[in-house]
Design a protein around this ligand. Structure first.
Ligand code: MOS
Length: 731
């Protein structure tokens, strides 16, 4: 078929759902209007480890409007079948109200259901729980490590011994919480043995499968609805216990139940980016050619599940070197299980590697960009595969020019404006290009409008808009005449809306479905004696603005509407699918960036102010430039948080998170966010997927924190190897 003209893809369009969102008409999980809904409030464990010895629910149950209090004493035994293929990490998932064990501070120990929210909240405050308390283990530095996952090529120890220059650096990275604006929430309703759940989730398919296995239901009996998600950053990538609690409470009371986690409950009711201790030893020759890196990574997980993330690949493929060793050890603690948070794994590794590269550059007296150029690999040295596309050199060149890198003095503490020390820093970001099986359903109606349905979520990046752009061009329709429907497990299945894989995976399925529909319409036309296109070569026909015509001869054609109406066709439809990455892969697929930061540090007070940031991205084809820019700004803002503010603090005496609120857990506000600029290199990656995209939501966050840390060093001469970088560390 003739390639379609691209009118919507690549155009800086505004969100198709923008109006709904700003007028409050895009319903989030708790906002769906479900008749007869009652309210549930979870009672959290007040100890960090132990056994429940008694639960006194009498006062709560005596309250008017309280319908039921459920705990392990009266909850039915739930099947909790295995759920292979889920995002549940290996281990034994938390089984709500199934026994008296307390595994972490804040674990759900009971739920109060009442006809009003206030009564449920008050009832929850009246439940008295007594514990046999043990001292929890929540300190990464004191607990025992699991056996490591390892990687080696060459001989890192020998390589380090023979290196002319060596660094041995240990980094501490704080635990971070995703803290989306919309709290996690669930409404559950049973109609006989059919369960409908409105949920905040990045994966309706995964939440369905979890409820199917927990309650041992047929797949057809469970439907998950999640049309809009108010941010998630990874926190919605698995089904958390509160969703099970809501479904259980609804079944036990025979009423639809709404359960909204409080802001505090987000901190132990959903996941988090685990804290790390990360030791990196690296060696190079005098000219800065890397000889070896040895990575030792310790990361927290829970006592009952082993959460791991892709923290290893960056150390294997980012730079050329003969010798690499890696040990990645999880450390089981009495905490809720961590989960992915934006740029998972790569953001952590990038902070360490890119900070260390900056130290090496300084030690050798080589410009940090030049040092990276000297270590640019020709292939992915972890597997010998060629890179599909890798344009880091261009990122360096464009970034240096646009940011004014030549103005950076290589001597730290050499630029001052009044009390403020000014510094510039750079770091590289990298994130794997994931692609997985996805499906979509496309229907073109005789009135010339189209409907596309796919189970994917839109947690905020603008999936409604970008998928509409793909569909509109493939169908030859305008944006206004295409409607996208997302976030329902009844729609064709998709992988998790995470890992920056939605455009590559779901987008390719949408493209496939739309291509099929367009082809059907074209074939109908060229075989229809009454069509002006009769007898034309189907391969020569394109569609624009809902009108089919011969390429180069716009006069010869007709609209979908006239074609379908004349042929008594109410619609044309097709299923679209995408098979995912080829296995094994023949290339190495990553998106990249060079991120630049300028900071000002108050010489006396240690305050850090980010003044300018620039990200230059090699992310393949950009479907939606305006939304891509928004993603970059969001990723950079998140990185400012990681670098300077975000830190979930646990009291190791009782395992309690002490700053489980948005007043004490600091995130960037407008005043923290400077002039931010994003440049996407023009191009595409045809080897990656039919759309040529490489994913961008994660990579824009990776490399931000080390760019800021390196700028802080350039400003002050102080090397802080701990996140977040606080004023205390700089005093
Ligand atoms: Mo992203 S951390 O996979 O939502």
């Amino acid at each position: 078929m003739s390639p379609q003209p691209q009118a919507a893809v690549g155009a800086p369009l505004s969100r198709v759902d923008g109006r709904l969102k700003v007028t409050g008409q895009a319903p989030y999980a708790a906002e769906h209007d479900v008749e007869g809904v009652v309210h549930a409030v979870i009672v959290d464990s007040g100890v960090g480890r132990g056994r429940i010895t008694s639960i006194d629910t009498r006062d709560a149950e005596a309250q008017r409007d309280v319908l039921r209090v459920i705990s392990h004493r009266n909850a039915p035994k739930l099947p909790y079948r295995d759920n292979p293929g889920s995002n549940n990490p290996p281990g034994r998932r938390l089984r709500v109200f199934q026994d008296d064990r307390v595994l972490f501070h804040g674990q759900p120990v009971a739920v109060v259901v009442a006809t009003t929210l206030e009564a449920a909240q008050h009832g929850a405050s009246l439940v008295k729980v007594a514990y046999d308390t043990e001292r929890p283990s929540t300190d990464l530095h004191e607990a025992e490590r699991d056996k490591p996952t390892t990687y080696a090529r060459g001989d890192a120890d020998a390589g380090l011994r023979s290196s002319a220059v060596r660094l041995d650096l240990t980094y501490q990275l704080a635990r971070n919480h995703q803290n989306p604006m919309e709290p996690h929430a669930t409404i559950a309703r049973w109609d006989g043995d059919k369960l409908t759940v409105w949920d905040k989730t990045q994966w309706v398919v995964g939440t369905r499968d979890e409820l199917v296995t927990v309650f041992d239901l047929p797949e057809e009996s469970v439907r998950i609805i999640s049309p809009f998600v108010g941010g998630a950053f990874g926190s919605g990538l698995r089904c958390w216990p509160h969703t099970v609690v809501a479904a259980l409470a609804a079944r036990e009371t025979g009423r639809p139940v709404k359960l909204v986690l409080s802001r505090k409950q987000q901190y132990f009711g959903t996941g988090f980016r685990p804290s790390y201790e990360y030791r990196l030893r690296l060696g190079s020759d005098r000219r800065g050619r890397l000889t070896a890196m040895a990575h030792e990574m310790d990361a927290e997980t829970s006592s009952y599940e082993t959460f791991t993330e892709t923290v290893m690949p960056a150390g294997q493929m980012l730079y050329s070197m003969p010798n690499v060793s890696q040990e990645y050890r999880t450390v089981p603690l009495d905490v809720n299980t961590p989960l992915w948070m934006r740029g998972p794994g790569f953001a952590t590794a990038s902070f360490v590697i890119e900070s260390a590269m900056d130290e090496l550059a300084h030690k050798l007296g080589i410009d940090p960009l030049e040092l990276r150029r000297r270590n640019e690999p020709n292939e992915d040295e972890s597997n010998g595969r060629p890179f599909s596309t890798r344009r880091l050199r261009e990122c360096y060149t464009v970034g240096a020019r646009e940011f004014g890198w030549h103005r950076r003095s290589s001597r730290p503490r050499s630029r001052r404006e009044g009390d403020w020390l000014i510094g510039l820093g750079v770091a590289v970001g990298v994130y794997e290009t994931q692609r997985n099986q996805a499906q979509a359903r496309v229907r073109l109606d005789a009135d010339g409008t189209a409907l596309v349905e796919t189970a994917a979520s839109d947690m905020g990046p603008g999936t409604y808009t970008s998928q509409t752009q793909v569909a509109a061009d493939a169908l030859g329709l305008t944006m206004r005449t295409v409607t996208l429907r997302l976030g329902d497990s009844l729609y064709p299945p998709t992988p998790p809306h995470g890992g920056s894989q939605t455009m590559a995976s779901v987008g390719s399925a949408v493209l496939d479905g739309c291509d099929k529909v367009r082809r059907q319409a074209i074939e109908l036309a060229v075989e229809d004696r009454e069509s002006p296109l009769y007898g034309a070569d189907a391969d020569d026909v394109v569609v624009r603005g809902g009108r089919l015509h011969v390429k180069g001869n716009p006069g010869r054609g007709e609209t979908y509407r006239s074609l379908l109406t004349r042929n008594d066709r109410t619609h044309v439809e097709a299923g679209g699918s995408y098979a995912g990455a080829s296995k094994p892969e023949r290339h190495s697929f990553y998106a990249y960036n060079a991120t630049f930061a300028e900071v000002a540090v108050d010489a006396k007070l240690g305050l850090v102010r980010v003044r300018r940031m620039l990200g230059v991205y090699d992310a393949g084809r950009i479907i939606s430039p305006k939304l891509a820019e928004s993603q970059a700004i969001g990723g950079i803002v998140g990185g400012i948080g990681t670098a300077l503010l975000e830190h979930t603090v646990t009291d190791h005496r009782d395992g309690r998170i002490v700053n489980a609120n948005l007043a004490d857990y600091l995130v960037p506000v407008n005043a923290d966010v400077p002039d931010v600029r994003a440049i996407y290199l023009d191009g595409e990656d045809r080897k990656a997927d039919p759309l040529g995209v490489k994913g961008l939501g994660e990579v824009v966050h990776v490399g931000v924190a080390p760019a800021i840390a390196n700028a802080v060093f350039n400003a002050t001469g102080r090397r802080v190897r701990e996140l977040p970088i606080t004023a205390e560390a700089l005093m």
